[in-house]
Design a protein around this ligand. Structure first.
Ligand code: HEC
Length: 165
């Protein structure tokens, strides 16, 4: 396996959930994608904090699937063409709040900022809720199922470490 492939794999869901340390949040994380006030707030937060990389229309950076710049991946889309919707609410929240290195438990140079000291929990949920609110109904439904599956696996937290998703 080349190191580029290895790095690429680090960013995917399997690698994240199989990482030895995961920044589990203590609260129940549920994106408020049906809450109109939260979604509106999230849209503003998105424009101010995320659109510069992930795109005004959530389209991501050109070449995000293949290009590596200075050893770092480009920002993926947050619309249905990306893989944001492959991850359950809690992982999206933790990735955005604590960053990839904390999630992976190791060095992983990347361009995604850590928002722990920038956005409040309410703001983090609002912006992720806004992102989900833009997805087609079919994708929202699949994402709801991913959340359910994740929640049931969490009964035994360690079983998450063996998921083959
Ligand atoms: C400076 C550019 C930049 C900004 C600003 C930025 N991101 Fe990112 N984001 C990235 C990059 C690059 C990645 C991919 C990192 C990797 O895989 O190495 C990423 C990945 C993500 C992921 C994981 C997506 C997936 O499918 O795995 C989420 C979720 C995310 N960003 C949310 C946000 C949110 C929410 C904001 C605004 C609050 C934001 N990002 C702002 C660059 C940015």
């Amino acid at each position: 396996m080349t190191s580029t492939v290895a790095i690429a794999m680090l960013a995917c869901f399997v690698s994240i959930v199989t990482a030895p340390t995961i920044a589990y949040s203590k609260q129940d994380i549920s994106l408020p994608f049906k809450d109109r006030a939260a979604v509106k707030l999230g849209q503003t937060i998105y424009k101010d904090n995320c659109a510069s990389c992930h795109g005004v229309n959530l389209e991501g950076q050109i070449g995000w699937q293949t290009e590596i710049v200075d050893g770092r991946r480009l920002a993926p889309p947050h619309d249905e063409t990306g893989h944001t919707w492959h991850h359950p609410d809690e992982l999206l929240y933790n990735m955005t709040k604590y960053g990839f290195e904390e999630m992976l438990g190791k060095k992983y140079p990347n361009n995604m900022p850590v928002y722990e000291d920038i956005l409040s929990d309410g703001e983090l949920l609002a912006v992720l809720g806004y992102i989900k609110s833009t997805w087609p109904e079919k994708i929202k439904a699949i994402h709801n199922e991913i959340n359910q599956r994740y929640a049931s696996k969490k009964i035994h937290k360690d079983s998450m470490l063996e998921t083959d998703n």
